[in-house]
Design a protein. Structure first.
Length: 173
């Protein structure tokens, strides 16, 4: 995934692999043309966080745009594998990586507890609604996956659970 994005962005800038390597060397990353080519061809399976950040810097993009496809769908469909056993919609994955929203299955209170207060834009009502949504998914999500409930009915119920939790949190103030 990252290699494909790097290759696409390099070509969009009309850079050769040697030019990208030179840009990376200027910021302190010891990559040469052969490392760039090996990475883009998939012969090098991964990059370190330091390498990811350097690539994003020299290509003038946010790191999230190297990690998650920018379009509505990718080779894996409209989902991004967050961990080997779990995928999320592309927009959800981007929001999670940016620290904007927890991914399904994470506790919002824990997720936002580690963020600087200035970055946490969730109100108590938002946290309550997100917690209620996650609990609902954990309790009833299997019904959606097995087809025991129609998707429209399921998402309508999720919306109602979120609204009730939000109203309850607003009433506690």
């Amino acid at each position: 995934m990252i290699a494909d994005r790097v290759r696409d962005l390099r070509k969009k800038r009309r850079w050769s692999a040697a030019q990208l390597a030179a840009e990376l060397q200027e910021v302190g990353l010891r990559w040469d043309r052969s490392i760039v080519a090996s990475f883009e061809l998939g012969r090098r399976a991964s990059v370190s966080v330091e390498e990811l950040l350097a690539l994003a810097y020299v290509l003038d993009v946010a790191p999230v745009h190297l990690l998650v496809p920018p379009d509505k769908a990718s080779d894996s469909g409209p989902f991004y594998l967050v961990i080997p056993s779990f995928g999320a919609r592309l927009d959800e994955a981007r929001d999670w990586i940016r620290g904007r929203e927890p991914i399904v299955g994470q506790d919002p209170r824990s997720f936002f507890a580690e963020a600087p207060e200035v970055e946490s834009k969730m109100t108590p009502a938002d946290v309550a609604a997100e917690s209620a949504r996650i609990q609902y998914h954990r309790k009833y999500g299997h019904q959606l996956r097995t087809g025991a409930i129609a998707a429209d009915d399921y998402w309508q119920a999720v919306t109602e659970v979120e609204q009730a939790a939000r109203a309850g949190a607003d009433g506690e103030r």
